[in-house]
Structures are given as structure tokens and as C-alpha cells.
Design a protein around this ligand. Structure first.
Ligand code: IMP
Length: 417
């Protein structure tokens, strides 16, 4: 999008109002064009799914081969006008539309698509909203307190009959893990338990936590007055059930050794700790210390390269023919958490998809099945490398925020539109 945004730089003698109107018109045309390109891509992608059909690529897919799937149309022109009103983008004469402007416009277009206007035409409606934890619901390393403005919006979503999930990398297994998640979501859970809470029982129980990307599932239980651990047997996707445990262990051991090597390479032995859990391994700074941003990035890239080597040569440690089949392709996610680096078995694409499917099997649910177009993931980590929300794009519509205040603003749009 950057190329067409040429500024009217020399407007020194022009009528400022006229220049702004002209600039808005030109930007609007660009967004209309991109909206059509997206529409064409959706149409072609659907055609390509017909069995035996010769594959055709849309113009946008030819221009940007790495572009993902669009699960809804994106009303970019309407979204631009809205954001232009809020951010006065076209009134600027010296600073052209920025990455953040475009990110906001895409977010607003996605929210518009999921709310009333498009609901009327398409029949699809939003059923599940999932959130990343750190930076999205609360500041990095912090937790949800009862006064947090996010809590009220989450309650509102539940009252509207939506399913709400937190899909977080933070991984704590079994019922004992529920205590750890309680600490993080205390504000919300205390509210669900309070006498002031006006939600019906089934609405309260529509709150889920998916921990360690896609490994541990918890659901709010009104009788327990807290989170109940749900065994993997009840919700693991078939492909995950088929993962070979020795292969999982091999990946964990290899990446653990690799982090030990990286730590020594950067002389970080005294200032960091390496943590190895059942399904993740990470390096975190010791209290009062920090790892340089460049070192975090180097470590996450190095772990990704290591992972690719392992996953490509899976036959080297296959213990049975089963380990070689496609269904056994273990998903692993290496990411930079801002102050730490983690390698987790699983990813948020699986985490979100598992929730979509689990909710469908829920006897109390009347919203089956939940499609990707009816599911929204809100997160802060969408850069293509070393960011763990990125994978959620495979399973749901997404909104990319930069801090919890932006999450609140997005939720207000979602509730108001
Ligand atoms: P998220 O932003 O909610 O996905 O949480 C990411 C943060 O959770 C990481 O940056 C870590 O600080 C923390 N964390 C705690 N345990 C784990 C784990 O097992 N894997 C990955 N991250 C973890």
C-alpha cells in the first residue's frame, strides 16, 4: 500500500480545505481498489477449492504471493473514512499514511465485517472472540485486575452470548495450573464470582483459557467458582492425538540444548534462567536483569532455524512408520515474548481451532459449528517472524493491537457497531 500514498507536498499556495478533500478522495480510491482486490481473492480462493479445478490466482495473490486467506470481505473504504475522521490522516501534509494508520484501518474493516452490516448480507455472525494475554489484555508480565477497563468489555461480550477465550503462551498444566491462571485473570474471575455479576450461569461458563498455545484447556465452572481443567482426551484435535511422544521429547531436548548453547554464546549465564516444562522451553531474564532486544531476536531466529532443521529431517528419529505420516507433523512455535524467548509445542492456530471444535461438541451450545469467519483473535504479536499470534491467522479473523488500550477501543467498536 505504501507506493500509491503520495502526498500533496507542495500545497503552500493551495486552499488547505480543498487539498485535504482531494487527498481524502485519492486515499479513498486506493482503499476501494484494495477492497475489490480482496473480494476477488476470496472469490478465486473459493473457486480453487472445487475438486479437479485448474488453480487460478487473484491479482492480489500474484502481487503478494505470501498473502494469507481472507475469511470475510474487508470494507476498507468505509473503514478508511471512519479512521480518517478519528486520526485526520488525509489532513496531514508532511507525513503520509503510516504502518499504524493502515493497521488501524484493517482492524476497523475486520470489525465492520464481523458486525451488523455484513451479518445482514452474509448470514455469518461472530460467535467466538479469543485474546492473547500479555500486552493485549494487560501490560507485559502483569495481570487483569478488577478495575481494568478490559474486564467490563469481556463481561459485555459474555452477556451478548459470545464465547470468550484467552489463548496464551503461558503454560501451566492440570488443575494445579488453574491457580496460576487465576492470578492472571483474577479481575475477571472475581467479577464472575461476585454477587454483583448479572450474567446467567451458562454465560459465565462461556469463558475459556487455552494455555501453552494449544496444550491445556480450562473453563470457568460456576460451582467451583473458578477454572476447571479439561483433560486433553476431551478436546485434542485428531492430528494432535497422533503426535509421537518421543518425537515431542526429542524436539524439547534439542531446543533446550540449543538455548543452553545460545546463552553461553552471549555470556548470559549469570543474568538469565532456562526453564524446561513438559511442552515448552524458554529463557527468561533473572530479576533485575534484561536481555537485549537484538539478542532476543537472534535467539528466536536461531531457534526457528534449528526447528526447521529438525522438522525437515524427521525421519532421522522416527521410531515407527507412523512418525513419518503427515498427521504426525508436530507444530512448534518459537517466539520473542518481549523480554524472554520461548519454544512451545503447538501453536495458536491449533489453540483457536481446538476451541472452535470443542465448543461445537458442548451439549449446551446451540451455535455449531464455529467457522473461521465467525471467530476473531485479538493479539499484539503478528510480525511474521518470532511472533506467536501470527499463527492464529490460519484459524480465525484477526485484529492486531499494540497495547491494552487499543484492545478496549476495538471492543468498544465491536460492541457499538
Ligand atoms: P501471551 O502473550 O499471553 O501469549 O504470553 C506470553 C508470555 O507468557 C511469555 O512472554 C512468557 O513470559 C510467559 N510464559 C510463561 N510460561 C510460558 C510457556 O510455557 N511458554 C511460553 N511463554 C510462557
Amino acid at each position: 500500500l505504501a507506493t500509491p500514498f503520495v502526498l500533496h507536498a507542495d500545497d503552500s499556495h493551495a486552499d488547505a480545505q480543498l487539498v485535504a478533500e482531494d487527498c481524502q478522495k485519492r486515499y479513498l480510491e486506493i482503499f476501494k481498489d484494495v477492497e475489490m482486490l480482496v473480494q476477488q481473492t476470496i472469490f478465486f480462493d473459493e473457486l480453487n477449492e472445487e475438486p479437479g479445478r485448474k488453480q487460478i490466482h487473484s491479482r492480489l495473490r500474484k502481487l503478494v504471493p505470501s498473502i494469507g486467506r481472507f475469511f470475510t470481505p474487508l470494507p476498507l473504504a468505509d473503514a478508511f473514512l471512519l479512521e480518517d475522521e478519528r486520526r485526520a490522516i488525509s489532513k496531514r501534509r508532511l507525513v503520509s499514511p503510516s504502518f499504524n494508520d493502515v493497521r488501524m484501518i484493517l482492524n476497523t474493516a475486520q470489525i465492520l465485517a464481523l458486525t451488523s452490516i455484513y451479518k445482514q448480507n452474509k448470514g455469518a455472525r461472530l460467535k467466538l472472540v479469543t485474546f492473547d494475554g500479555d500486552v493485549t489484555l494487560y501490560d507485559d508480565g502483569k495481570s487483569l485486575d478488577e478495575n481494568s477497563s478490559v474486564v467490563h468489555r469481556l463481561i459485555k461480550l459474555l452477556s451478548l452470548g459470545l464465547y470468550v477465550g484467552v489463548v496464551t503462551a503461558a503454560g501451566y498444566p492440570r488443575q494445579s495450573g488453574a491457580e496460576k491462571y487465576y492470578e492472571r485473570f483474577k479481575g475477571l474471575i472475581d467479577h464472575l464470582n461476585s454477587e454483583n455479576c448479572t450474567l446467567k450461569t451458562h454465560q459465565k461458563e462461556n469463558f475459556f483459557v487455552m494455555g501453552a498455545e494449544s496444550n491445556y484447556l480450562f473453563r470457568y465452572d460456576n460451582e467451583m467458582k473458578g477454572l476447571r481443567y479439561i483433560d486433553g482426551d476431551e478436546w485434542f484435535l485428531p492430528q494432535v492425538r497422533n503426535w509421537n511422544p518421543s518425537k515431542v521429547n526429542y524436539i524439547m531436548d534439542t531446543l533446550h540444548k540449543h538455548l543452553v548453547y545460545l546463552r553461553s554464546n552471549f555470556n548470559l549465564e549469570d543474568s538469565t534462567t532456562i526453564i524446561k516444562k513438559e511442552r515448552s522451553v524458554g529463557i527468561i531474564p533473572n530479576s533485575g536483569c534484561r536481555i537485549l532486544r537484538e539478542q532476543l531476536e537472534e535467539m528466536v531466529l536461531s531457534c526457528s532455524v534449528k526447528l526447521n532443521t529438525i522438522l525437515d529431517s524427521s525421519q532421522n528419529f522416527a521410531t515407527s512408520t507412523e512418525a513419518l505420516c503427515q498427521t504426525d507433523e508436530i507444530k512448534v512455535c518459537a517466539f520473542n515474548g518481549g523480554s524472554d524467548v520461548w519454544v512451545d509445542i503447538g501453536d495458536k492456530a491449533l489453540g483457536v481451532e481446538s476451541l472452535q471444535k470443542y465448543i461445537c461438541h458442548d451439549e449446551t451450545s446451540d451455535v455449531c459449528p464455529i467457522s473461521k469467519a465467525e471467530s476473531l483473535h485479538i493479539g499484539d504479536q503478528f510480525a511474521s517472524l518470532g511472533a506467536n499470534d501470527f499463527k492464529a491467522r490460519l484459524s480465525a479473523c484477526t485484529v492486531w493491537i499494540a497495547n491494552p488500550r487499543e484492545t478496549v477501543a476495538v471492543l468498544d467498536d465491536l460492541i457499538d457497531f
